[in-house]
Ligand binder design. Structure first.
Ligand code: GLA
Length: 539
């Protein structure tokens, strides 16, 4: 009897019933925005009739019912500022102003989005010869514009570009966006969703003021563009969460990619929890593209209640395996992407333990909405060039993770603005696990790497082994859950044989549930870090 109870307690079903209890960020978070935006197809050539037709089409195509609820007017509506500074709409494109357009959108049960620039001039005035965009930006007109756009016209969303602020005024991003967002919070009489458009990951401050922030230059309806945006987002999952998202830019579905590329584009935007803003002409959208955009199971991964972005669990050959929890943290169901950016077939062989799934796993192809045969041991699949398989997998149990890659870490000082050559960064390095390391960690108290979802089922003592790239004059300080820092000041200066990494092990105490581990060095550079592993030693 005692034996039976013992085995019952060890069974995967029992252990997974101990899965992490809901935490703050597991409670319903605002999901990524879904809707349509005018830029990709029309650039500045928009009008009131055009926007209203697209809004009507969003309803008629069933896209509203599928969850797409925003109609965002991008650059091109500006007319001129009068002597009081008040903005007027374009005399030909929007002769009756924007309020009646926003009213039309709202009457359909949708939400309305608008666009501006953090500087004086819009991007359209620089790149599309739209002279009406000169002086149309928010710079110096923050309160006036906020009152007009949100309180008078009734917009619910704003995308704030940076052409005028960056190229022309050379303003500092964090300060400039803080000023604008503070004004919007003070002035707007309705909730306003803000998108920061700086064409690169702007910095961790963005999450404190915006729902989403662009991480890349403008998307184009070409595979090379889709692939480079996915590449940029592969190691940014630590910055998404709690209702704030990395924005991979508007969708190019229905604009000439091949069917396989469209699946990859939409599938990856879904599993990486990017906002989903359709960018094609909805009145002529091809049937297959429309069906893809309405795929309920893919949308469910994007709008999942946990609001997580999938992270890279394995880089195999040219392919990447991405994974995220859905529905429940540390539960038995996970969303998985087998992504092949290359120009030849990828043959994936993924041990289930990498996905932290135990026993026989049920497999559902989310793109095709088909259940596949359950698998045990290793998931084997071929993925065509530029393709992806997006799967929903359910194991009999969930195992405790033991490997934490450096490229999954949250780096509080990270940005991708390229303004300083020695900022903390995710960098490719052959011979490391996952082919990536983090570089330029340390040198100050603030510049550390943090893993805040280090999970222990029962808590206890663990050996923590760090794989690092040896270098001269490095120290490594490790902190677990704000405990006493462990300082390692005798690190190897060279690796052995053909290894590119060296290892050091310390003993740490983890509590049951999620733990936070920080690594850095307040005194000097820490070594570049490849990954760390955990091995339970006792209770
Ligand atoms: C920038 C943005 C685009 C679009 C244009 C408008 O290029 O990144 O998404 O808004 O400006 O001019």
């Amino acid at each position: 009897m005692r034996f039976a109870l013992f085995f019952l307690l060890l069974s995967p079903a029992f252990l997974s019933s101990l899965a992490a209890q809901p935490t703050n960020d597991e409670k319903q978070t605002a999901p990524p925005l879904m809707g349509w935006s005018s830029w990709n197809t029309y650039r500045v050539n928009i009008s009131d009739e055009l926007i209203k037709k697209q809004a009507d089409a969003l309803v008629q195509t069933g896209l509203k019912k599928a969850g797409y609820t925003y109609i965002n007017i991008d650059d091109g509506f500006f007319g001129h500022r009068d002597s009081t500074g008040r903005m007027h709409t374009h005399p030909v494109r929007f002769p009756h102003g924007l309020k009646e357009v926003a009213d039309h959108i709202h009457a359909l049960g949708l939400k309305a989005g608008i666009y501006s620039d953090a500087g004086s001039n819009t991007c359209g005035s620089i790149w599309d010869n739209d002279t009406h965009g000169v002086g149309a930006g928010l710079y110096g007109h923050e309160s006036l514009d906020a009152r007009l756009y949100f309180n008078e016209w009734g917009f619910d969303f704003i995308k704030i570009d940076y052409c005028g602020a960056g190229q022309e005024l050379d303003l500092e991003e964090e300060r400039r966006y803080s000023e604008i967002c503070r004004t919007i919070r003070e002035v707007a009489e309705r909730p306003v969703s803000v998108n920061i458009c700086r064409w690169a990951f702007p910095g961790t401050w963005a999450a404190g003021m915006a729902r989403s922030w662009r991480i890349s230059p403008d998307i184009r309806p070409e595979w090379a563009s889709v692939k480079s945006i996915i590449r940029k987002n592969l190691y940014l999952s630590a910055y998404a969460g709690n209702g704030h998202y990395n924005d991979m830019d508007m969708l190019e579905i229905g604009r000439g990619l091949t069917p396989v590329e469209e699946e990859t584009h939409f599938g990856m935007w879904c599993i990486m929890s990017s906002p989903l803003l359709i960018g094609c002409d909805l009145t002529t959208i091809p049937e297959a593209s429309l069906r893809l955009l309405k795929n309920k199971e893919l949308i469910a991964l994007n709008q999942d209640r946990l609001g997580l972005q999938a992270h890279v669990a394995l880089h195999q050959g040219e392919g990447y395996v991405l994974v995220k929890d859905v529905e429940q943290l540390q539960g038995r169901t996970r969303a998985v992407a087998l992504y092949n950016p290359s120009d030849t077939v990828c043959r994936f062989r993924v041990p289930l333990e990498i996905l932290e799934l135990e026993g026989k796993a049920k497999v559902r192809d989310v793109v095709r909405q088909q259940s596949l045969s359950p698998i045990e041991g290793t998931l084997c699949m071929e993925v065509p060039p530029h393709g992806v398989r997006i799967l929903r997998m359910e194991g009999e149990g969930r195992s405790e993770p033991s490997l934490y890659e450096a490229e999954q870490a949250y780096l509080p000082c990270f940005d991708d603005l390229g303004k300083s050559p020695k900022t903390v960064a995710y960098a490719p390095m052959p011979g490391t696990s996952g082919g990536m390391k983090i570089a330029y960690v340390g040198g100050s108290r603030e510049n550390y790497a943090e893993w805040n979802r280090v999970y222990s089922q029962q808590g206890g003592r663990y050996d923590l082994t760090v794989a690092y790239i040896p270098g001269k004059y490095r120290k490594l300080q490790i902190e677990v859950n704000d405990g006493e820092p462990i300082l390692i000041d005798r690190l190897c200066e060279t690796a052995e044989g053909t290894d590119v990494t060296a290892r050091v092990t310390v003993s740490v105490q983890l509590k049951a549930g999620y733990n936070t581990i920080r690594m850095g060095s307040p005194y000097c550079w820490a070594p570049d870090i490849d990954c760390f592993r955990l091995k339970r030693t006792s209770d």
